[in-house]
Design a protein around this ligand. Structure first.
Ligand code: DAH
Length: 343
């Protein structure tokens, strides 16, 4: 008797599946079959009166029925909910568009591109150079003799060059780019060399073992120091703002003679003196000078005929100042909160 009833209900439930089409019919189904007062619960009530000998068998069949009915309910419910959702998204054109998180250029890349554009406007071409250089291009040809301290293992990352005819290293400056260009091209030459450089520095808030430089070189007949000054002053005004003042101080580099360093007015304190400019009112941004005749000898340019100027600036340092960034390491931690500020 009971088993027949269960079987009857089972086929009813299976037949009714196709009629459940929306929330309303789903709810009707639940009330009739699955609710506490529904038909299946009623059968569970009746189970109490069933003869012990078949109670286990009936109980099992009843449980299976309950599971089937519940599965039907669950499946239909999710289908109905899903279709409601898709209908919503398809038809509601008033919803705001999805915001995609688009990446942006890294602050360093942006600066390199800005600087490159500024120099391209006045006729400079870009040369990228090699990050792995040999000692000759990084030092010798730049008039930097064997005993020069910058060649020291403590500053330079030498590569294992065993069995090679040359000693290789990670370039410590973009200056070897000058040599590469002059070796391959007759004057006039007007290039900038942006790129990564490496030095074996103790890591701190001010220095890392990898950093970026932009090198510049101009060689022709009758190039003068005055042109160097004019060009760098133009650059500073384009990059930092047209009201910025610049100044040159005498300095020394092996590959330039005479050599100088250029400062820009400290724009944090307006030249009044502050902690960042060490109370001088000025910030150093680059080294420069007239190409040393010895360098011309190395590349086969006649120093009696040609003169030229060169300059090199550190990008990280300049950006630290420009954006008042307290720690150089922040450039390379890829913290979104940092990067987002420079989109
Ligand atoms: N290479 C120098 C450095 O890393 C910077 C520099 C100074 C480059 C003077 C030049 C230059 O081309 O003329 O400190």
């Amino acid at each position: 008797m009971m088993l027949d009833k269960i079987e009857e209900l089972r086929s009813k439930v299976l037949n009714i599946v196709d009629n459940i089409k929306d929330e309303k019919t789903l709810e009707e189904y639940r009330l009739i079959y699955l609710s506490r007062k529904g038909l299946i619960s009623e059968l569970f009530e009746n189970l109490k009166a069933v003869d012990k000998s078949i109670k286990a068998q009936v109980g099992k069949a009843l449980n299976e029925l309950k599971i089937t009915a519940q599965n039907i309910y669950d499946t239909k419910k999710s289908i109905i909910e899903d279709s409601a959702k898709t209908q919503e998204t398809i038809s509601d054109y008033t919803l705001p568009g999805r915001v995609f998180n688009i990446g942006s250029k890294h602050l360093i890349t942006q600066a390199l591109e800005d600087i490159t554009k500024i120099f391209e406007r006045i006729g400079f071409k870009v040369y990228e150079g090699f990050e792995i250089e040999d000692e000759y291009h990084n030092f010798d040809a730049l008039n930097t003799p064997d005993y020069h301290p910058s060649r020291d293992m403590q500053d330079t990352f030498y590569l294992n060059s065993e069995g090679k005819d040359k000693r290789y290293l990670l370039r410590t400056q973009t200056s070897p780019g000058q040599i590469r260009v002059m070796e391959n091209q007759k004057p006039p030459v007007r290039v900038i060399v942006p790129g990564k450089c490496y030095r074996n520095e103790a890591i701190s808030s001010r220095s890392l073992s990898m950093f970026h430089q932009v090198e510049g070189l101009y060689v022709d007949k009758k190039v003068t120091f005055r042109e160097l000054k004019g060009t760098l002053d133009y650059f500073a005004k384009e990059f930092f703002g047209k009201d910025i003042r610049t100044r040159m101080r005498p300095s020394f580099f092996p590959f330039t003679e005479p050599s100088a360093e250029m400062d820009v007015e400290c724009f944090l304190c307006n030249n009044k003196g502050c902690r960042i400019c060490k109370y001088t009112g000025w910030l150093e941004i680059l080294g420069c000078g007239m190409v040393d005749p010895n360098v011309f000898d190395f590349v086969g340019y006649d120093p009696e005929v040609y003169t030229g100027y060169a300059f090199g600036m550190g990008i990280e340092r300049t950006l630290l100042i420009r954006h008042r960034i307290p720690d150089i390491r922040m450039f390379y931690e890829n913290d979104i909160r940092f990067l987002n500020q420079f989109k």
